[in-house]
Design a protein around this ligand. Structure first.
Ligand code: ADP
Ligand code: MG
Length: 231
């Protein structure tokens, strides 16, 4: 599903943001990526989205060496990888429905598909009742739910989340992580970059720790959600 082979990314200033990382994420896995600020986590996510090219090494996503994907094929490739960020990145002047529908409109999906998919995704994230609200009328947790619905609208096999709970309070952070877990249980491979170590410990998933651009630990989780640890 996702494979990095000796991937290095050196920025122009000479920083090795990612330094010889090799790792493998299987279909259906739920993986946390943790590490100090500046350790290379966001760079890693950008390499998986082909927003950045590695300085050396190869990146495989959905069975494809993405270094071989042409410029023209990038939009199509990105539709198969959902992504959410810390700051939601919603269209502020459009309502919830339109924010989620947008990704279907840009691919000129038939209206029947839009009418079917958008409500389905909004109910999945628990926002069916708020489809007419503007982003500014929603809480941070709700805005992140909209971003997740949008990320899943084209049925990607992989969902990448870069600090999805970074702007949320503890209760909302939990809700979002549980939602990501549900999405994973329905079959999507989920990769979550986070600083929230309480949640990481409680959820018992695989945890990849990055320090200064290299993997220093890759720990298998027990998988199941541990409901007895409170945070
Ligand atoms: P993290 O997401 O773990 O905080 P990043 O991947 O954002 O880390 O950054 C890793 C390192 O690369 C940091 O030292 C950061 O300053 C540097 N870096 C990130 N983006 C750029 C860039 N566009 N140009 C130069 N250096 C960068
Ligand atoms: Mg980052």
């Amino acid at each position: 599903m996702i494979e990095l082979r000796h991937v290095t990314k050196k920025y122009e200033e000479g920083i090795h943001a990612v330094n010889d990382i090799s790792l493998h994420i299987l279909p259906g896995e739920f993986v946390f990526i943790v590490g100090d600020s500046g350790s290379g986590k966001s760079t890693l996510i950008k390499l998986l989205l082909k927003e950045l090219e590695p300085t050396s090494g190869r990146v495989f996503v959905n069975g494809k060496d993405i270094g071989l994907i042409s410029h023209r094929q990038i939009p199509k490739f990105r539709r198969n990888v959902g992504v959410v960020f810390q700051n939601f990145r919603l269209l502020e002047d459009r309502n919830v429905y339109e924010n989620v529908a947008f990704a279907l409109r840009v691919v000129e999906a038939p209206r029947s598909r839009i009418k079917k998919r958008v409500p389905l995704m909004l109910s999945l994230v628990g926002l069916a009742a708020k489809y007419r609200s503007l982003p500014k009328q929603l809480s941070g947790g709700e805005q992140q739910r909209v971003a997740i619905a949008r990320a899943l609208i084209n049925e990607p096999k992989i969902l990448l989340a870069d600090e999805p709970t970074g702007n949320l309070d503890a209760a909302n952070a939990w809700e979002i992580m549980k939602l990501l877990e549900e999405i994973n249980q329905k079959g999507t491979t989920v990769v979550v970059v986070t600083h929230n170590m309480d949640i990481v410990r409680a959820m018992n998933k695989r945890v990849i720790t990055i320090q200064k651009g290299t993997v220093v630990e890759d720990k298998k989780g027990r998988g199941e959600f541990n409901q007895y640890i409170s945070v």
